[in-house]
Design a protein around this ligand. Sequence first.
Ligand code: TMP
Length: 238
Amino acid sequence: MIERGKFIIFEGILGAGKTTQAELARKHLISLGRNANYTREPGGATAGEVIRRLIFRLKKEKAINADHQVALFFASRDFWVREFVAANLGVGCDVVSDRSYPSTAAYQGYAEGADLESIERMTEIIMEEYKPDGIILLDISIDEGIKRTSSANKDEDDPYDKLGVEYFEKVARGYREMAKVNWSDVPWHVVNGEQPLSLVAHDVRGVLREILGLKKLDPNRLPPFELSALQSYTSRYG
Ligand code: TMP
């Protein structure tokens, strides 16, 4: 029987470096001889993509409340879990995701007041047996996140990025509280996202090894610095 792939979710506020670190994590898993795919909800699911654009449009127009957003994000997520996550894990391929249901808890729950218990129940229903093996929270300050995002060239107009310091304080507090209690019965790992990119990547590798049940890395020996990753990072964040 094929051993199921590992499922890892990266989380954090805007500008935390999730996309860069998720891509580096995927490459690291491949370097360990595994198969791994990067995804971002609704990744690959056509109906999910339509729902995501709808959420963004309605959010921009201030036409949806927190509960509407929860329902729509989970609808989009349902397509993604079935079409992408289950399909990959089932053939032994690891899945590294740039956000998923913990974002709904942080943004719609903690920041916008949607009921957290309902979000947890919906998580159980939609994710079913596809809950992640670990959640990696890239922790950065709000000032740093806003600074990085305003200097990045984003190809998509994200209405959530414009919600201001007060909103992100609630999101950040939510993430930290969830990490403390391993919310949704999944191990959370907090990594300091304000360190230089190579050190963040090093810490993430340590977490991946823990998830895979491998020996710990020697803290005195950093892995070779990944120039291409640094270039892509500096072009995004200056
Ligand atoms: P992205 O980081 O996947 O592009 O997500 C776009 C925005 O949507 C991001 O600013 C956070 C927000 N978001 C939520 O508010 N709730 C969710 O459940 C997810 C997945 C994203």
